[in-house]
Design a protein around this ligand. Structure first.
Ligand code: ATP
Length: 238
């Protein structure tokens, strides 16, 4: 079967600095694939390039059978890729419901949108309780939930999450990871960037370890979790 997303020999540079130096990986429909690695490895750059926010220097990105390198961020959303960015960029002055509605900006089916807003409130009950409140009043973890909920509002074929656990308490982080597992159970295809390697690998079908712009190691989530070099470098063992 053809993968839903195929990244081939992707290179991305900021001026003269090559942040991504020729990486290749695939995401099959229904899978959770994770990119792990230290700060500056190129994970965020990879997601931003798939989203069309950055232009690749070289390489090919194929999504759902079509090359999407050069079609622009709006069209990429329309093709079915949603991106929940690092640092949860929600709109603090808008209400929670309004933030969710913005995630559906390309859709015209009012009834379907309403249905999906209710689904987001089922997935994240705390958001439902506060639906008319300004989003800026939410805690960090709740804002992360809102960012994920908003990304889901485009009914994506692929959901890309950039460090959803960043800055969260262990309990909030666990809640977010449980939600990702729940979405996976519903058949959502997810590309997850995480610094928390343990959490990401424990729920991922496949993982790739990024090191300074390259993929240093790939395997199933379980394989990488038990790999000695990964355990030493990323799981805090010596
Ligand atoms: P983090 O977890 O810290 O976000 P990352 O793996 O996502 O790390 P990137 O954010 O993709 O890494 O950064 C990869 C490299 O590109 C780093 O060396 C970074 O300094 C550089 N970089 C990122 N954004 C820019 C930019 N706008 N201009 C110049 N260099 C950048």
């Amino acid at each position: 079967m053809m993968p839903l997303l195929e990244v081939e020999d992707l290179r991305v540079a900021y001026g003269k600095i090559e942040a991504v130096k020729g990486i290749s990986f695939t995401v099959e429909a229904g899978q959770v694939v994770t990119l792990i690695g230290t700060n500056g490895a190129g994970k965020t750059t990879t997601l931003r390039t798939i989203s069309g926010l950055l232009k690749p220097l070289a390489g090919k990105i194929t999504f759902d059978g079509e090359v999407i390198n050069d079609i622009g961020a709006h069209k990429i959303v329309a093709r079915g890729i949603a991106h929940s960015p690092e640092g949860r960029r929600i709109f603090p002055r808008l209400t929670i419901t309004e933030n969710l509605q913005l995630g559906a900006f390309l859709r015209k089916d009012a009834a379907g949108i309403q249905e999906d807003i209710e689904r987001a409130y089922t997935l994240f009950p705390i958001l439902g309780e506060r639906r008319s409140q300004a989003a800026g009043t939410l805690s960090g973890g709740e804002q992360q939930m809102l960012a994920m909920g908003r990304a889901l509002m485009s009914r994506p074929k692929l959901l890309m999450l950039d460090e959803p656990s960043m800055g969260l308490s262990p309990i909030m982080m666990q809640k977010i990871m449980e939600t990702i597992t729940e979405l996976k159970g519903q058949g959502t295809t997810i590309l997850l960037v995480e610094q928390n390697a343990q959490a990401a690998l424990s729920l991922a079908d496949h993982g790739h370890v990024m090191e300074i712009g390259t993929i240093a190691l790939s395997g199933t989530g379980q394989e990488l979790m038990h790999d000695e070099s990964v355990r030493k470098a990323y799981l805090g063992e010596d």
